[in-house]
Design a protein around this ligand. Sequence first.
Ligand code: GYE
Length: 325
Amino acid sequence: MIKHPLRILTMGLALTAATLAAAAAQDLPKMKQKQAYKVGFAQTESNNPWRIAQTESMKAEAQKQGWQLVYTDAAGSAAKQVADVDSMIAQGVDLIFLAPREEKPLVAAVMKAKRAGIPVILLDRRVDETQAKPGRDYVTFIGSDFIDQGRRAAEWLVKSTGGNAKIIELQGTVGSSPANDRRKGFAEVIAKNPGMQIVASQSGDFVRDKGRQVMETLLQANPQATAVYAHNDEMAIGALAALEAAGRKPGKDITVVSIDGTRDALQGIVDGKIGAVVESNPRFGPKAFETARRYAAGEKIDPWIKVPDNFYEASNAAESVASAY
Ligand code: GYE
C-alpha cells in the first residue's frame, strides 16, 4: 500500500503525542553524586551582549567548578536547539541547562531529555507549562519575573509622563516567554491608566537592527508617538537610531524605557536618551551550577528560582556602567 503523505504526517504527529505522554508519566530523572559532571548548555543565539554575558557566566562557572561543559548555540533557530539537545543526549551528559528560545517548540527537547534519563534545568526562559512542568518534567526554572519587569517599566512610564503617553512597543522574539510576559505585565498597568495608549506593537526579535527597522516603520505610521517601550535594550538602542534619523529627540520629545541593563543602555541613560531600564540579570552561572549540585545531592528544588532584578534610572545608572556588560 502506498501511504499518502498526509497520513504519514498524521502518524508522525500521533507518535510524537504518544511519546510525549509516555515521557510525562515518568518521574524526574535523578542525578548520580559525583565530584565533577559533564553538563550541557544549550544557548539560543549569540547576537546580543545579554546572551554573550550569559554564556561567559556559564563557561566561567563550569571552569571554576571543574565541570566539563558541552556548549551549543542554536543561532536563532528553535529547530536547531532541539537538535542540539539531541546531540547532548547522544553524548551522555549528566544534566542539561536549556535556555529555550520559544515556549512551545522546546517542550519536545525537555521531554526527550527526560525520556533519556537526563535532568533539565531551564535557564532564563520558560517552556509552555501546560505541556511540561517543573518538578515533573524538568527540575526548575531559574530566571526573572518577566510579568513584573513589564509592570515596572509601565509604572515608571506612567509616573514620568504624568499618565499621558502614546506608546510604541517593540516586542521580543515571537513565542518566547520574556516577550509574552513583558507584554502582559506592561499592558496590565497601561490598561488602568486612561491617558496611556499603546498605538503600535510589533516584534523586533530582541535584535538591535530589527528594532531600528521596526521603529522606523512604526514611527512613520504613528508620528504622534511620545514614548517607546522596548522589550530589551538592544531594540531600544536600535530605536534611538531610528528616532534620531527621523529628527526626534529621545529623552526630550519622546520617552524611552527598556529592559536588560547592558552597558550601552546604561550609557544611554547617562546621556539622557533612555529614561529607565528594568534589569534582567544574565549572570546565571553560579546559581545554575549550585542548583544542579543541590539537585544531585537529593535536595528538593523549588519550581521557580527567581532572579532578583535592579532598576536603573538617571539617579543610579552612572555607577553601574563600568560593571555592566
Ligand atoms: O532580555 C534579551 C535576550 O531571555 C531574558 O533574551 C532573556 C532575553 C533578554 O535576547 O536581551
